[in-house]
Design a protein around this ligand. Sequence first.
Ligand SMILES: [Zn+2]
Length: 81
Amino acid sequence: MSAKYTAEGSVWINEGGRIVCRDHGGSYLTAAIVKGKGPHIFTPLEDWLYHPPEVAEHYDFNCEDCGGRTTHRAGKGGDDE
Ligand SMILES: [Zn+2]
């Protein structure tokens, strides 16, 4: 239920250097995060490493899909967990 590696502003980076927020790493990564796995997650396809908000901020890492970082969607939205 409670995922650990979901800090607001965090990102995930894979072995190829692709940077994503928690929503854009693909279903395998998203599912693993929801299960509380991390900070190093191996999916059948890729190898992801969690980067906390302070690191993402320092290096200006942003998701390649949405241009942002992990956000909490709890509350008002219709698509939160
Ligand atoms: Zn994203």
